[in-house]
Design a protein around this ligand. Structure first.
Ligand code: TXA
Ligand code: MG
Length: 361
């Protein structure tokens, strides 16, 4: 049985945090909210417990974990010879949605780092995460609290959907604010490389370390062990139903979506649509479609990256909950700030299946 503990997201009850913390100290698996997504915490130095966590998530052992600590000072025991940029970046962005990859200390278990010579570390900002880390006074390894390859959880209900009965406890502190996972920045290389875009954008990072680069685009992202960061697998964060992204101008995409929905529904398939508020009209009235009713989920709005990020994973899970057979989405194009992170996650959820619609007229 997985125990659910409800806490106030701003001022969590001390006794509840103490119980969750005891569970972690004894090697238990405890899901808790961070400002990005829910994490599944485990005592990072307890190898057997870390192995249980990989089993609970069905996560391949070659995908390393992020170690969460209460303050920058606590990374000293986990890393060796951090570059000067570590302190500068931590000073500006911690606590917050930035994960730093550093050279590991020998004491960090191979189970946590997937035997790499580096370790990923983060100080989360959420008051519940912070209270839990402070009470436990141990480094806590915490991947997102979903089954491997599923969308990350932004609600305690999402954690239970995937992991009920497989973990010891969920600390429910309500919805997470950011909605997509932290920016992962590798500072063991020069120039430093963004391995995963997130709420801390490259421009924000460059204000501290001007040389920061995106990872060079690869022609083919395979699922093999040589990945610089296994979370870069091209199919990840995915709903159960196959997702196809439509690119092009609004009219052409609207037409392509209507056609695709019509033909899928005619074949008896339940169609899910993932669209921004402004695009719901593009899709037009689909009530006249023959076949199962079309289900739509509103993603957010073109002008509002924060709202879109906060909704993305919940919207994907809602469509899965409606038992759709396929999902059609209009592309989210964004190179700036949080849009880049949202576009990255949407394209991974689609396993990079993209249809380009030619301009109409
Ligand atoms: O926002 C987040 O980062 C959330 C919350 C819970 O903190 N955690 C999270 O963890 O997203 P996870 O395990 O789902 O993603 C961790 C990512 C993976 O892409 C993993 O490959 C990468 O970080 N990573 C971990 N250690 C690494 C290392 N030593 N070198 C390169 N990438 C690493
Ligand atoms: Mg994850």
């Amino acid at each position: 049985m997985t125990e659910v503990v409800n806490v106030d997201p701003v001022r969590p009850n001390h006794a509840d945090i103490a119980r969750a913390s005891d569970c972690l100290r004894r090697g238990g698996l405890v899901a808790f909210p961070t400002e990005t997504v829910y994490g599944l915490g485990v005592h990072a130095m307890d190898r057997a417990a870390v192995r249980r966590l990989f089993e609970a998530k069905k996560r391949p052992a070659n995908d390393p974990l992020i170690v969460h600590v209460a303050s920058f000072a606590e990374i000293a025991a986990l890393v060796t010879a951090p570059p000067r940029s570590a302190a500068l970046l931590a000073d500006r962005f911690w606590p917050g949605a930035l994960t730093l990859v550093l050279r590991r200390a020998p004491s960090v278990p191979d189970e946590v780092t997937a035997s790499l010579d580096t370790v990923a570390v983060r100080v989360p900002a959420h008051p519940v995460a912070h209270a839990l880390l402070a009470a436990t006074a141990l480094p806590i390894a915490a991947p997102s609290a979903n089954l491997f390859s599923r969308p990350s959880p932004t609600l305690a209900a999402h954690v239970l959907e995937d992991l009920d009965g497989r973990i010891d406890m969920v600390v429910d502190g309500g919805p997470t604010a950011v909605g997509v996972e932290s920016t992962v920045l590798d500072i063991t290389v020069d120039p430093p490389v963004v391995l995963r875009p997130g709420a801390i954008s490259i421009d924000m990072l460059r204000a501290i370390v001007p040389t920061v680069q995106y990872r060079a685009a690869r022609a083919h992202t395979s699922d093999h062990a040589s990945m610089p960061s296994p979370g870069l697998l091209s199919k990840h964060y995915a709903p159960r139903a196959p997702l196809t992204i439509y690119q092009g101008d609004a009219a052409a995409v609207g037409e392509a979506l209507r056609q695709a929905a019509r033909s899928a529904a005619a074949g008896g398939q339940r169609v899910g649509l993932l669209v921004a508020a402004e695009d719901s009209s593009l899709v037009g009235d689909m009530h006249d479609i023959d076949g199962p009713p079309v289900v739509s989920a509103i993603l957010g709005s073109h002008g509002d990256a924060e709202a879109t990020a906060a909704r993305l994973y919940a919207a994907l899970r809602e469509l899965d909950g409606s038992h759709v057979d396929l999902i059609l989405a209009r592309d989210i194009v964004g190179d700036h700030g949080l849009w880049r992170a949202v576009a990255d996650r949407l394209h991974r959820a689609a396993a990079r299946v993209v249809v380009v619609s030619p301009r109409i007229g």
